[in-house]
Design a protein. Structure first.
Length: 365
């Protein structure tokens, strides 16, 4: 056998490794790719420098009034002076500690326990999330009990309200969607028909119609002495609407599981509940993580529709602040700030879902 140990080590050819190889494969692989790359570079050249000049170089960061914005660039003073309103709406300043306690204390601790918990701890945390956390959050933010001052829902707004509406949809959409998906695939005709009618009915109308019905039409069907809070009606409507879409996502995951998995669970003597809980659902939910994330991201962005029923969410409060006569002409900065926040939050959810998918399917590249 020949001995090649005397041959010196050499780096791979530049054409097969490194920056030039990546550029050639991804940007200049063909004449069409070259044209598209040059067009994209031209568009970036036309967009990025003016945007940088407006948002950073000529922008105003110091001051307290619109008169301090005289450079011709973005007036970030507007964002600085209205930031508290963008975050809390009209929530009383002395009671904002409740918002911080909920969204930076109770909710993160709950999801951490769900993620890192095992066995009974995870089970009890799930029960707490579904049945205790929603009313606890409602009474903590609204008050009126245990000595907490009452803060009516018409004072809620900004990013706080957006998180409240989105969280209600996220917490209830997945479990309700799983139950609806199981019901739609059930062998019981009556249960399958009821779940199918529910899903198709809620998926057949836009969310804006659901909110309008919950706000205007629902009180007409209730006795005069019964009053349901405006925000609570919107939360219920959003949760039911999202659960219908989630049901179809989960049903797709159930259909993607090979028939052999069902037969293997039956051969072990597992009942329906044990088969779904231990064998089928874990695989189905991992399969549809991208679809679940897509539903959550869409729901988070659709929370802006609550403005039609008089609730000032994050986008709504930014829009109303831009109409203030003291800040006329600076609404663009508010919309740019709003778009950046939504992008970061939605991208964060997408990236987190990708990490979760990689965690449960480590064999995938």
């Amino acid at each position: 056998m020949s001995d090649f140990s005397y041959l010196p080590d050499r780096a791979p050819p530049a054409s097969e490794f490194g920056l030039w190889c990546w550029l050639r494969r991804n940007l200049f692989a063909s004449p069409l790719h070259v044209c598209l790359t040059l067009l994209a570079l031209y568009l970036l050249y036309r967009i990025l420098p003016p945007l940088f000049l407006w948002a950073v170089w000529h922008a105003d960061f110091r001051g307290t009034t619109a008169a301090d914005c005289a450079s011709g660039g973005a007036c970030w003073v507007f964002i600085k002076m209205r930031l508290a309103q963008f975050l809390y709406g009209f929530y009383p300043e002395a009671e904002r500690w409740r918002v911080w306690l909920l969204f930076l204390g109770i909710v993160p601790a709950t999801f951490a326990a769900l993620w890192f918990g095992r066995g009974r701890m995870r089970l009890w945390t799930l029960v707490f999330t579904l049945f205790i956390l929603p009313p606890l959050s409602w009474f903590l933010l609204r008050g009126g009990i245990l000595g907490l001052p009452l803060v009516r829902s018409n004072q809620w707004g900004g990013m706080m309200l957006t998180f409240v509406v989105a969280s209600a949809g996220l917490v209830f959409a997945l479990p309700l969607g799983i139950l609806l998906a199981l019901g739609r695939t059930s062998r019981l005709p009556v249960l399958r028909l009821c779940c199918t009618v529910f899903i198709e009915l809620w998926r057949g109308v836009p969310l804006i119609t659901v909110l309008f019905m919950a706000n205007v039409m629902l009180p007409l069907f209730l006795p005069p002495h019964i009053h349901v809070d405006n925000l609570l009606r919107a939360l219920i409507g959003v949760a039911l609407f999202a659960s219908a879409y989630m049901a179809e996502v989960v049903r797709g995951g159930l259909q993607a599981i090979p028939r052999g998995q069902y037969e293997a669970a039956d051969s072990l003597g597992l009942g329906y509940i044990a088969k779904m809980r231990l064998v089928i659902l874990p695989q189905a939910l991992v399969t549809v993580i991208p679809g679940i994330t897509n539903t959550f991201v869409g729901l988070f962005k659709d929370t802006t529709l609550v403005s039609i029923i008089g609730l000032f969410d994050f986008l709504g409060i930014v829009h109303s602040a831009g109409q203030d006569p003291a800040w006329l002409g600076h609404g663009m900065e508010g919309y740019a700030f709003c778009a950046l926040v939504y992008f970061l939050l939605c991208y964060g959810m997408s990236h987190t879902s990708y990490r979760i998918e990689r965690h449960f399917t480590p064999e995938r590249p």
